[in-house]
Design a protein around this ligand. Sequence first.
Ligand code: SAM
Length: 234
Amino acid sequence: MVNTMDGVTVSPPALASELFAPIAPTYERWARLMSLGQDGRWRRAMVDGLGLAPGSRVLDVAAGTGSITRLIESHGLDVVSADQSLEMTRMAKRQDALAVLATAERLPFSDGVFDGVTFGYLLRYVDDVSRCLEELVRIVRPGGVVGMVEFGRPTGGWFPAWWLYTRALLPTAGAVIRSGWWEVGRFLGPSIDAFAESQPPDRLAAAWGDAGMEDVRFRRMSLGGGLVMWGRRR
Ligand SMILES: C[S@@+](CC[C@H](N)C(=O)[O-])C[C@H]1O[C@@H](n2cnc3c(N)ncnc32)[C@H](O)[C@@H]1O
């Protein structure tokens, strides 16, 4: 996937490093606002839908400041977090989870050691979605579960309002907040659009199947603004 920042084409891994380092201290507060308070619902739905027994081992990838990690912990699961950003990882407010600095494309774990893997807002930042999915699935045992949260693109009558929100209000809000949010505010709408175009939910679900998952199901939430997906490793 090709992304641009200030007119310069940036490869996805470099983009993630540049984008998240400056916003780490304020990420949780403003991310909630940018999803109009909806992202907590999407994360809860994803974690509730994992259906894992207490004590199961879960890896939360692209964990950032730990919003999903903490939810997993609150379900009595044994969670490890992984993220490529030292700045985001440092800001994580968690009690027990072990945090690992790692990229989703190359996880430092053996095959099948986890009962589940989760990731939130990751796939828009990777070069090769299929290869990344294969790596995420690799570390889950057969029969284990995978859960994802991502932004979606509303369709039909809600699309114009969403377009206006992401193209006008988000950049304006970013410019007001500053501290790196101007770049995020401008980047988010086109990034969600490009991902929805290249990986609409049905196609993404098929890619999950190709990566070794079965029983893949998804739920659009908040008028299509959020996408939650689950699957089981074959
Ligand atoms: C929008 S934040 C989401 C954080 C968290 N999952 C949440 O729900 O709030 C995206 C995170 O993905 C991480 N990230 C992006 N690309 C990555 C990659 N290839 N490997 C690991 N982490 C990555 C970023 O560093 C950032 O912390």
